[in-house]
Design a protein around this ligand. Structure first.
Ligand code: PLP
Length: 468
């Protein structure tokens, strides 16, 4: 096939092929092993003559069946990954078919208005004040970038310097404070902003007031985490916000998945005080179960936000207050219309549907915690305020000094076994497991396999590996 135009008649056939295969894939994903059946050989030179759309997509389906982790399934507990709700999935297919550019109202009134409304709904969900500026991003990492780049601009203006125009030249170091929960993506965002990966001073929050006092009026940037990736712990947002407001500093809250605590009456208090922050980052592809990649950034001061990401060129046109140019509020100017699946999933399930899902996940996490506590060879390493359970294998007769190695090897066995999937981490110097419950498909039957599989594989490891 020489030219895509010759392929036009195959559009419907391609879509039908994908629909059929996706349907089979998703119908079997609940019972499938989470690990991929194999590692497909993906190789070859750039073809001189293409094979045509049907064959290309059929080849891709074969590769996907072989090499895709069943991460949309209910037993993928690694990282913090949601599935995709049925409404979001349908809307995501539509998004690709429509291929709208979510830059402004001229490029797509549909994408622009749906993003505007969706952002209003998300503010409502989390209790973020209506007047804040907001934009969709690719993820929490980019939402952290939006928040911290806005903070950088604000800090520069406090020193009478427009950093976005002139850079940092001649300015003192930026005082930045955070806790040990600071996520790697916020560190990465600090690096991308030129604020420096190594600049945050990691403190206990009861020392924050003293630190801010010592600055003698110099403004600081404070980063709080709402939902630590290993434990689900929260920094005390209300207390921190009250200090940052009192001392004229900027508070950025990274609530990638933890912000969804706001949906359940039992956990709502964890995000108490959020409205006192200056910028907030949250993910859509985690607990919202929107497709990859989806995130949201919220900034209290619309002028600071807009000036940080402004861009102009004669052909781009101008914006009005009621019609924001979303491409000028985010790092990317040309952007996928990723609001469409979010609008669809919120429209489909509403606040109550999401409350029910979050509450189910909270209960599932408590169920795992209880099973861990009951098992004589498992040790829980942290409380479970949210949806992550931190624990390790600790059988009798194994020296403390050998536990890290044992758990690392057991973690590898879990991934090779593939019935469940989760990662290892290091918490307070101990190698541990940290399954996170975020997928809408996950049920009691699925989470019950966490403890049973770990204990089964743990006993096998002890029986077969010399030295333990
Ligand atoms: C607290 C926190 N912040 C940021 C991120 C980064 O999210 P993403 O990879 O979607 O950018 C994560 C991911 O787990 C997280 O837990």
């Amino acid at each position: 096939m020489a030219d895509p135009i010759e392929d036009r008649e195959h559009v419907a056939e391609v879509l039908r092929l994908v629909e059929r295969e996706a349907e089979t894939y998703l119908a079997t994903v609940d019972g499938a092993l989470v690990r991929p059946p194999g590692t497909p050989v993906i190789d070859g030179e750039l073809p001189r003559q293409g094979v045509g759309s049907l064959r290309a997509v059929a080849e891709l389906i074969e590769l996907a069946n072989e090499g895709a982790t069943r991460s949309t399934g209910p037993r993928f507990f690694h990282f913090v990954m949601g599935g995709v709700t049925p409404a979001a999935l349908g809307a995501d297919w539509l998004t690709s078919s429509l291929n709208q550019v979510a830059y402004n109202w001229v490029s797509s009134p549909l994408a622009a208005r749906i993003e505007q409304l969706t952002l209003a709904w998300m503010k409502d969900l989390f209790g973020i004040p209506e007047g804040w500026s907001a934009v969709m991003t690719t993820a929490a990492t980019t939402a952290n970038l939006v928040g911290l780049a806005s903070a950088r601009r604000w800090w520069g203006l406090r020193h009478d310097v427009d950093i976005d125009t002139r850079g940092f030249s001649g300015l003192p170091d930026v005082p930045i404070y955070s806790s040990s929960y600071l996520h790697a993506s916020a560190v990465k965002a600090l690096g991308m902003c030129g604020l420096g990966r190594a600049t945050p001073r990691i403190i206990q929050w009861d020392a924050l007031e003293g630190e801010l006092q010592m600055l003698e009026g110099e403004p600081a940037i404070v980063i709080a985490t709402a939902g630590d990736v290993n434990t689900g712990y929260f920094d005390p947002i209300r207390d921190i916000a009250s200090l940052t407001r009192q001392y004229g500093s900027w508070l950025h809250v990274d609530g990638a998945f933890g912000l969804y605590a706001a949906l359940a009456p039992a956990t709502r208090h964890l995000v108490d005080g959020l409205a006192g922050a200056d910028s907030v980052a949250v993910d859509g592809h985690k607990w919202l179960n929107a497709p990859y990649d989806t995130g949201f950034a919220f900034v209290r001061d619309p002028e600071i936000h807009a000036a940080t990401f402004a861009a102009s060129a004669a052909y781009l046109g101008t914006e009005t207050l009621d019609r924001p140019v979303f491409g000028n509020l985010a790092p990317e100017m040309s952007r996928r219309a990723r609001a469409l699946p979010v609008w669809a999933t919120l429209r489909a399930y509403g606040r109550e549907g999401y409350r029910a899902m979050v509450e189910r996940h909270l209960a599932l996490a408590q169920r795992i915690a209880h099973q861990v506590d009951e098992a004589p060879d498992l040790e829980r390493l942290a409380d479970v305020p949210l949806n992550v359970v931190l624990f390790r294998f600790r059988p009798a007769g194994v020296e403390d000094s050998e536990l890290d190695d044992l758990n690392r090897r057991l973690g590898e066995m879990v991934l090779e076994d593939g019935r469940i999937y989760f990662g290892t981490t290091v918490h307070e110097g101990k190698v541990a497991f940290r399954p996170a419950i975020v997928n809408w498909r996950t049920t009691e039957k699925d989470v019950d396999m966490i403890v049973s599989v770990v204990r089964e594989l743990g006993s096998r490891l002890l029986a077969t590996a010399p030295g333990f």
